[in-house]
Design a protein around this ligand. Sequence first.
Ligand code: ATP
Ligand code: MG
Length: 479
Amino acid sequence: MLTNATQDAGWRPANVIWHLVAILRDALTLIAMILILTQLHVFAAVAIGIVPLVSFAFMRWHVKRRFLVHMTYTTMRRIVEYFQNLMTSRESIKEVRIFGLFEHLYSRFAQHKEEYIQAHEKMTVSETRVDWFLSTFSNLVGVGLWVYIIIRALYGHITIGDIMLYFQAVNSCQQRFDGVLRSVVQGYENTLFITNLFAYLDLHPQDVEGALARSKDPSVSPKSLEKGIEFGSVSFKYPGQDRYVLRNVSFSIRSGETVAIVGRNGAGKTTLVKLLSRFYDPTEGEILLDGRSLVEYDLVQLRQQISILFQDFIQYHLTIRDNIIFGQIEHSSDTECLEKAAEDSDASSLIQRLPKKFDTVLGRTLEEGVDLSGGEWQKLGLARAFFRDTQLLILDEPTASLDPLAEHEVFEQFARLTRNKTSVIISHRFSTVRMADRIIVLEDGACIEQGSHEELLAQGGMYAKLFTTQARYYHHEDV
Ligand SMILES: Nc1ncnc2c1ncn2[C@@H]1O[C@H](COP(=O)(O)OP(=O)(O)OP(=O)(O)O)[C@@H](O)[C@H]1O
Ligand SMILES: [Mg+2]
């Protein structure tokens, strides 16, 4: 719907106005010319008016068909665009080259495109035929009128001057009618496409599958986290999916506590974060914040209380400063906090190294942009999360790309940073996980163990297994 609303409809409202003006302009001349033709004969005016009416009937049908074909191929157009992007974007070019994918991607691109082209070809051929027929019809009417004018002149009913006048009136009428016709047809096409824009604008968040429940009392805002967070028998499946990704998960995060969530890939860790920040509501069960269901809080205010470093955080191709202050744009001028966030995330030495420091532009979207390493980007992501002054801090894989020294550095700061905060850390790195007050182990969407690092090791369950497996490769002293 978004593709249809923006790509093919976004420019049309302005186009409607442009054509309305064109119609008004042509209409004035047209009325004058028709009045002149009625002097010749009423039927002359009628004959010349019939052409655009017949044309409109045909063209309307064509426009409608073109619109329907266009709509049918929306998905295909998106796929074509995707392949186009794969073949040309900086992000994908490394793989495309090393795996030698270009020819293959191109042929798939062309194959999809071909379908679309064929559908268009058929339409265009039939449109051209009709167009030819209509212009011949229009020419015949014109010639007929000329012949009539000449006959009238031969019989002496009109003067030589009149001949010139009527010839010009016929010509001008045909041209203007053609102009008006094109504008009307374009206008009709616009209205068809604009319905997509309006349908999209009319779309209410509540109409979408997986819509969030409405807050019952949006005036309730989570000020300071006092009791903590409670997951009460939370089960969840993504909208439109049958499989439960979380099953009957219950645990609590007490205020001020640092809780780590571990589990294998796909266990549902990131999904928990998405529920906690209310990108989705639980399918069953509820999440309580200070004893109230999340649903009861005002969504905006709830999110104001949460800072997150997402697993797939954004690399803003803007300045380093932007990358950090985007964590809390209202505090954008707080230089002290900015520097502290950079310090805490171990990003400051990197920033000092760069010529323009905080004003260095990153990424390659702009010519002057500097590229960073994966870990350096992650440090900025962390800095962004730290810059945000909130009660609840959630870090999803915050140290995945950090080298061991940087990880150590960050965790030195971390205890201090989270002193007055409640924090949730998701990580596969047990060096990161073990510092948590409590660890929750997810397996296949269910919470199977919880406790401190020592308790869980002693239990000898899943956590112990994951930990010792990782430790074995590092010859860790705990093994
Ligand atoms: N938007 C989505 N729609 C449908 N299914 C999804 C969606 N996002 C995730 N899933 C599914 O939910 C399951 C849990 O995903 P989730 O991202 O929570 O795992 P995770 O524990 O964070 O894994 P990882 O350690 O790899 O980050 C996965 O099986 C995944 O396929
Ligand atoms: Mg994840």
